[in-house]
Design a protein around this ligand. Structure first.
Ligand SMILES: [Zn+2]
Length: 241
């Protein structure tokens, strides 16, 4: 059994790499229109004409924070397919209501890769760095996939200590939901008072309108969006029952 699952994992990784390249190409196409030069391209070209030595190790991946997600990236990363090949990073769209009228809502998104710090943890340090116990925080996340077990434990810990944070998490997909560790993490989150949901078709449309550079175009939901939602919804209900 162990060997079998290992080979499945390897195959998954290979698929992820292949699809990740596809995404890069799509992004580059998009960049032409946007006129933005990615920092990646700038470094590999060696802008000063100096001899560029290919680095042996990639620098640690940093969390990307932004206002609105590229529409191509959103459609790929948030698609609620059953197997998430190529989606080796997590996107977290957030809304924070601190209950003080003056500041209004905080809105934005974070993006990570599974090789670096995860968005769930980064959210608490980057988006609410100065926690004020006198305020009431209503936090809503729309994430491309549900948290890994380590993040689930960290979030549960935060929610236990910071009682004034009410967190709702809407996930497009359940990350490795067959693993018992993952299931334990989701149960822990649930027990800590986090509201966990799978994104419905309407939630995808809402996220598109609120967090994507949508150019006022509606989101055309993919064919199996509702079926996939029902699939994941059933799995989540089984885990949390
Ligand atoms: Zn994680």
């Amino acid at each position: 059994m162990a060997d079998k699952s290992r080979s499945v994992t390897k195959r998954k990784e290979r698929k992820e790499k292949e699809s990740a390249e596809v995404v890069k190409e799509v992004r580059n196409e998009g960049d032409k229109d946007g006129g933005e030069v990615s920092s990646e391209a700038a470094t590999s070209n060696g802008e000063n004409g100096e001899l560029q030595v290919e680095p042996m190790e990639l620098p640690p991946f940093e969390i990307i924070a932004g206002d609105r997600i590229d529409p191509f990236v959103f459609k790929f990363q948030f698609k609620n397919v059953e197997y998430s090949s190529g989606r080796n990073k997590t996107f977290l769209c957030y809304l924070v209501d601190r209950g003080d009228m003056a500041d209004g809502l905080l809105r934005g998104y974070l993006e990570d890769e599974h090789t670096g710090p995860h968005v769930e943890e980064a959210f608490f340090t980057q988006c609410i760095p100065h926690y004020d116990p006198a305020l009431k925080y209503t936090v809503t996340w729309y994430v491309s996939s549900s948290p890994c077990s380590a993040c689930a434990a960290k979030i549960a810990e935060v929610l236990k200590v910071r009682k004034n944070i009410k967190l709702s998490v809407f996930a497009a997909r359940l990350f490795e939901w067959e693993e018992s560790e993952i299931q334990d993490g989701l149960k822990m989150l649930h027990a800590a008072g986090c509201k966990l949901r799978v994104m419905k078709p309407l939630d995808f449309s809402y996220t598109w309108e609120t967090f994507v550079e949508n150019e006022e175009q509606p989101l055309n939901l993919w064919e199996d969006c509702k079926d996939n939602y029902e699939f994941y919804q059933e799995k989540l209900a089984d885990i949390l029952q």
